[in-house]
Every structure is written in C-alpha cells, then in structure tokens.
Ligand binder design. Structure first.
Ligand code: SF4
Length: 626
C-alpha cells in the first residue's frame, strides 16, 4: 500500500463548555493512502465533523482546541504550523466540502470571483486560465449554463446548486486530501451519483485521498475502501468496507446497519437503538456505548474496551470479543428480533379510495418590470392524476423542482391549485371556500421535513398542539384537550410531562415526534409527509418510520409520502408515483416500480441509488458469546 497522505494519531479535540470539558474527539487514529477513501460513519454528535475540522485546522477557537495527538500530512505534522502556513494548506493541500454550503460562500461576491480567487491564489494561474478552469469545473459538477454561472451570486441559487459550487471550488485546486462532510445529503440522487463519480475520478487521476463523512451507509459501501464507525468521540470499529459490511463486529455497527430501510425490510419493524448519544461532557467511564447496548455485560460501563484487532485488519472496541469477558452475564435480557408489523386486514385492492386527484394544475405567475406585471406562468404541477386508498401509502418521488412539494401543498389546499379536482371522500376541496374547507382541515394534516422550523420556539409543546385543537376541534373543552395532548404524546413515544417543555429542549427525533403528535391530535384520516424523515440520522429515521407505520395501522391513516429517498419509499410505500417536470411519468405498486421500471426517468433514478448487496442485509446479527 502506498504511503499515507494523511495519518491521524490519537487525536484529541476538546471544547471548554459551561458544563465542563467536552471530549468531542477522544483519541482517534486512522490513515488514508494516496487515492484511497476512508469513511467515517455514526450518528450526529459522535465527533465525525469535529474530526474533519481538526484535520483542516478549523476547530472553532477559543472554546475548541486540539488537546493531543498528531496529524501528519505527507509525513509532516500540521498541528504545530503557524497560522499563515495553515492557511496555505487549507484549500490547496486540504479542501473541505461542508454540509451547509450557504455558510461557506461569501454572499457579496459572485461565485465566479470566489472560485477564481482560490484557483489563482493556490495555482498561480492568470485570470483567463482561472476562468477556464472554473467553467470546466462547473460543467463537471453538473451546473447548467456554466459560462453564465460565473456571474451569479450565491443567494440567487438553490441549495443544491450552491452545494455543487462548493464542490467545484474544493476540487478546482486538486487537493491532496479532500474532506467531504455529508457532501451530497441535500442533493438529488442523480446529482449525488454524478458528484461521487467526479470525486472518484479525481482520486484515480490525481491520487487525492478522501475522507468521506456521511450517514448514508450505502454510499459508504459503494465508495470507500475503509470505514471507521465513530461513537461518542471514539472509533468503535474499523475495517475494510468489504469486511465491515460482511461481518460487522461491534453491536453499534450492527444496530446502525439494521436500521437502514429498504425493500428487504417491508412489512417488518426496523431495528432501532434506544436512547441517544451521550453528551461529550459526560461519557460513561467504560464503554461509551454502555447504556444503549443490547449486549451490555457486567463491567462494560466501568472498564473501557481497547480498540483491538479481532480479525485480520479488523479493529473492534468491544468486550464481547475479549476472552476475559467470555463468561460475564449480560446486564439485560436479550431482546427479541424486531416485530413483524401485522398488515391491515383489508387487502390493498379492496381498500376504499379516500382521495382522488384529477388533472391537478398549479401555476405560478412570472412577474416582470417595475409594476410586477404577470408576463407568463410556470407550471409547477402540470396536470397530475393520483388516488390514495384508505390505510395506504402513496409515495410521490422525483428530484428537486419537479413539483412534488407544490403538488402536496395543493392537495391539502395550503396552495390553491389553478385547475383540477381534489376529491376527498367525494368532496372537491378545490371548489370549497375557506369556511367550508375548515371542516376538512382536521381530517387532512401535514408533517414537515424540519420539525424545528415548523414548531414555534416560543410555544411550549402543549400550546403548539392545543392551538390546532382549539381551531379544528372548537367543541372540545379544556380538560378534554389536555387529556388528548397527553395521550397523543404518549402514543408517539414521548411522556406527557414533556408538554411543558419548549422545542429547543428536544432532540431532532423527538421534535419530529412532536410534529407527528400535532398532526395526530386532531383525528386526521390523511397525512402528507413532506420529506418527514429526510433530515434525521438513520437510527432516528428508523424509529420515526416505525412510528408512522404503527399509527397508520392503528388509525387506518392514509399517507402521501413526498420524498427523494428511494430506500425509504421501497420500505414504506404501497404505491409510487414518479414525478418529472410537473407531470407523473410512471405510477405503479412499489414492488413493480423497483423490479420492473418502465419509464426511462424512473430507470435513471433507480440506477443512481447507492445500494448494499442484498445478500448481506439478512446476515447482520448482533455478536454474542453465549
Ligand atoms: Fe460496549 Fe459492552 Fe456493548 Fe461491547 S458489549 S459495545 S463493550 S457495552
């Protein structure tokens, strides 16, 4: 194997906080060879991004600091460099693609200026040469009209486009090490595919080493040679990608893998991990996963397991693989495999159609000039037909800008459509006035992607849910409302006392549960889930998907599931409608869409999804010694 581009030895990155020292990265070691990809995976808050920031020497000071260890770039320690030497390395030898592109682009300069400055600064090119390289990079990352793009400002572009610009800037200088922190999370699957191909080309042609940080395990399976599973500041398991996916040895890795949705899991509850990652200020004394681990033994919480080689080239930090722990009893009874979700008694084809959409069109006016006169229309939704059966899930899939969110909002009348019928229990919602529509508002609800921005930060959970009840169930008295809030919170897996807390006191998964409780409290029959699980970690996503499935079964709810994540669709949907440029191009039962797609666009979408070899999926078993 070639000499490593980057070698990280026992890295410790700490933060001073009011609650004490947060050991976000607590003794992490790995190396990446020339042309290799090392992936770091794990839930949010495990220290992956802080590891990345440490490598690029951007740990936020003064609270954050590197407390120990070495980072060797081409054999030279970079921690002790002067600030100007570090600046020279950043963007030149080490580039980083961040999760949130808007924060890393300067809003007052054109994107052309920003990329050309980087190229000229680090590569000594003339302005004309830098412009040519910039246009070429824009083309490579799939930006439309790259020549015109040079003069655009960041705020005028969509999130996906800004992310591609960041990627173009990061790749333009052909760095030795590229750090990609959730580089494609916000992007459509076809663009994601294109970006990863581009990164892989760069690896092959330039020998760039890549540190890939992602929660998408299928992406790791297809793109990395080595994987480190990070948990609470430490590496829990590290192996070649092939070994790790074939034989995961740490309970945390197994639980993460088993929480991934997909076609193989249809009809079953997904595996989940209880609890949350402990705060970096208060890790358990021994194994950091103790408390959440289904195989915890006597001694796990107090004795730290070393990261030791338990199979050739396969490092694991878990006492289960230590002969000394062979006879220790488990602390908790072994839990059974996840429940099978019993299907609804009525077969799909016999279920009543609850909602029918006919020739739905929603146009947005294009306004120009000082007087903002309407000069034309954009057909966001251009004549779609859909029907949803009671107790069933229809997934509406397609890429950003295809009109799926507008379609969802038009169906529930958050946007009034331009034309068409929306028959809910045979009443055309599109023809109803606001007062008549109010009768249906409680029956038709929506759950959004980002529960934080859809919850009022100044309202306690109780008030948020009560607001809906007061408006939509005016006959309900105060006492009944409080009872309803408590029982709904319980139903979504929270405790009633939590109604007196504010949104910021909850984790992302809990906030999504509150969003579901808010919708569920008013007795809906039909819920639009607009990217409802897209922003969540895979372990939390599994809990929310299980919850949605179980409330669907218990209350006979129908879902319109709007998403760009096709592995979620394959798991949860009964039917799929594929949308492209405002129209539905294909619609069928889920199994048919995935096994026998007909339309070229559906085929293109499906072929771009990263997948884990299906034969491995059923083989992931928790390790155990007795
Ligand atoms: Fe940690 Fe013990 Fe579980 Fe291994 S078995 S992951 S050491 S708690």
């Amino acid at each position: 194997m070639s000499a490593p581009i980057i070698e990280v030895k026992d890295l410790k990155t700490y933060f001073q906080t009011p609650k004490g020292i947060a050991k976000s990265v607590d003794g992490v070691s790995f190396s990446i060879p020339r042309g290799g990809t090392f992936a770091l995976v794990g839930e949010s808050g495990c220290g992956k991004s802080v590891t990345a920031l440490s490598l690029i020497q951007l740990v936020p000071e003064p609270a954050g600091y590197i407390a120990g260890g070495e980072i060797l770039l081409n054999g030279k320690d970079i921690i002790s460099l002067t600030e100007s030497e570090k600046r020279n390395i950043r963007g030149n030898k080490i580039s980083m693609i961040f999760q949130e592109p808007m924060t890393s682009l300067n809003p007052v300069f054109t994107i052309g200026d920003q990329i050309m400055e980087t190229i000229r600064l680090h590569q000594g090119k003339t302005k004309k040469e830098a412009q040519e390289i910039a246009i070429d990079m824009f083309r490579k990352v799939g930006l439309p009209n790259p020549e015109a793009m040079i003069n655009e400002y960041p705020h005028r572009l969509s999130g996906g486009m800004r992310q591609r610009i960041m990627i173009a800037i990061a790749l333009a200088c052909k760095p030795d090490l590229l750090i990609a922190d959730e580089p494609t999370t916000a992007l459509d699957v076809t663009i994601q595919d294109q970006i990863l191909k581009l990164i892989n080309e760069l690896k092959a042609s330039m020998g760039t080493a890549v540190l890939l940080i992602t929660h998408n395990l299928a992406l790791v399976y297809q793109n990395a040679e080595t994987v480190g599973v990070m948990y609470a500041g430490k590496i829990a398991e590290m192996a070649s990608t092939k070994d790790l996916f074939r034989n995961p040895m740490h309970p945390y890795t197994v639980k993460l893998l088993r929480s991934i949705p997909g076609g193989k899991k249809r009809g079953k509850a997904l595996d989940t991990i209880i609890g949350t990652v402990p705060p970096a200020t208060s890790y358990p004394l021994g194994c950091h996963f103790a408390g959440r681990c289904p195989r915890e033994m006597e001694g796990c919480a107090t004795i730290e397991p070393p990261l030791a080689e338990r199979a050739p080239g396969h490092l694991v930090a878990c006492h289960l693989h230590d002969p000394e722990f062979m006879n220790k009893p488990y602390s908790k009874p072994i839990r059974q495999e996840p429940d099978k979700l019993s299907p609804l008694a009525t077969p799909f084809k016999d279920r009543e159609i609850i909602l029918e959409v006919k020739n739905l069109k929603t146009y947005y006016p294009i306004r120009k000039g000082l007087l903002k006169r309407v000069v034309g229309n954009v057909a966001a939704v251009d004549g779609i037909d859909l029907s949803i059966r009671q107790g069933s899930t229809l997934a509406l899939v397609g890429e950003s800008g295809c009109g799926k969110t507008t379609a969802g909002k038009s169906i529930i009348q958050l946007i009034r459509p331009t034309e068409g019928e929306i028959l809910f229990r045979n009443n055309d919602l599109a023809r109803l006035g606001d007062r008549e529509l109010k009768k249906y508002r409680s029956l038709i609800q929506i759950i959004f992607q980002d529960p934080y921005s859809s919850l009022n930060p100044r309202l306690m959970v109780k008030d948020t849910i009560e607001e809906g009840l007061k408006t939509l169930k005016p006959d309900m008295g105060k006492e009944a409302r409080m009872k309803r809030i408590a029982s709904t919170l319980e139903r979504v897996g929270l405790v009633p006392e939590m109604m007196y807390r504010y949104p910021h006191e909850f984790s992302g998964g809990q906030r999504q549960r509150i969003g579901i409780a808010r919708a569920l409290a008013v007795d809906p029959e039909f819920i639009v889930c607009d990217e409802a699980v897209s922003a969540l970690d895979v372990s939390v996503q599994a809990q929310i998907l299980n919850l949605l499935k179980s409330i669907q079964r218990d209350f006979g709810l129908s879902f319109l599931f709007i998403t760009h994540d096709l592995s979620v669709v394959e798991y949860i949907a009964d039917e799929v409608a594929v949308m492209y440029a405002g129209k539905i191009v294909e619609r069928n039962r889920t199994e048919e869409i995935f096994s026998n797609p007909q339309h070229d666009y559906t085929k293109k979408l499906l072929s771009a999804i990263p997948r884990i070899d299906e034969s491995l999926v059923n083989a992931w078993k928790l390790p155990g010694h007795h």
